[in-house]
Design a binder for this molecule. Structure first.
Ligand SMILES: Cc1cc2nc3c(=O)[nH]c(=O)nc-3n(C[C@H](O)[C@H](O)[C@H](O)COP(=O)(O)O)c2cc1C
Length: 214
């Protein structure tokens, strides 16, 4: 057994206190996200974990890339027939997490999720490099496949089929928007007395703010 009992670090880089936070969590997110994007030790600040509830009641978590965000929510793209697509369409709920180790920061979001408009999915798909467009068509995401060759063969076939032609978005691929109703900002602090600030949306759609014990 590998013992990791002494594998720990003290978090000392920053703090998160009530008189410095923005009352709008999306602006607070933007402030932190901008810092993460500009941090040379963070290569994909927009990588986020998305968790959904599976049919057996167990949450399933995977990384996806945040592609845009606004007051309305967080948008990412995927295969609608994937495991996550099926769960998202069914439950319309997701948990989202960002962890930026070099800033000693975590953000946890609970959100209601829906598909974005077809126009928005089309416009993002059209911006993607050709290889990614073909990849979206080639891969029956989350299905069992026989071997790697299956993908290579399909890619090769589609490359020939689409040569010199425009590639349209397949119907089973597109975006989701996760509309947050809770956002927690976590800042590591010394002695495990971390800062946790939770924003919750109330019935009138305004945000209340409270502090959670670490
Ligand atoms: C850094 C990183 C970024 C990823 N970005 C995406 C993405 O934007 N969309 C996506 O469908 N899968 C993305 N993936 C793959 C997913 O983690 C996952 O393997 C895939 O979506 C299938 O998940 P599912 O079977 O739970 O639906 C990414 C993986 C990593 C490690």
């Amino acid at each position: 057994m590998e013992n990791l009992h002494h594998h720990r670090k003290s978090y000392e880089k920053n703090n998160l206190v009530e008189d410095q936070i923005n009352e709008n969590p999306l602006i607070q997110f933007q402030n932190w996200f901008d810092e993460a994007k500009g941090n040379e030790h963070i290569s994909e600040a927009n990588a986020m974990s998305v968790s959904t509830m599976e049919e057996d009641g167990c949450p399933r978590i995977r990384t996806v890339l945040l592609k845009s965000y606004s007051e309305e929510g967080f948008i990412f793209y995927t295969n609608y027939e994937s495991k996550k697509g099926e769960s998202l369409d069914k439950t319309q709920l997701a948990g989202i997490q960002f962890f930026w180790p070099s800033l000693e920061r975590q953000i946890i979001i609970k959100a209601r999720v829906e598909r974005v408009s077809q126009d928005l999915s089309d416009s993002y798909f059209n911006e993607r490099p050709r290889g990614s467009q073909l990849g979206a068509i080639v891969s029956p995401q989350s299905s069992v496949i026989e071997n790697r060759q299956f993908l290579e063969d399909r890619l090769h076939k589609l490359e020939n089929e689409y040569e010199g032609k425009n590639i349209s978005r397949p119907e089973n691929w597109g975006g989701y928007i996760a509309k947050p109703y809770e956002i927690e900002f976590w800042q590591g602090r010394p002695n495990r007395l971390h800062d946790r600030i939770l924003y919750k949306k109330d019935k009138e759609n305004s945000w209340s703010i409270c502090r959670l014990a670490p």
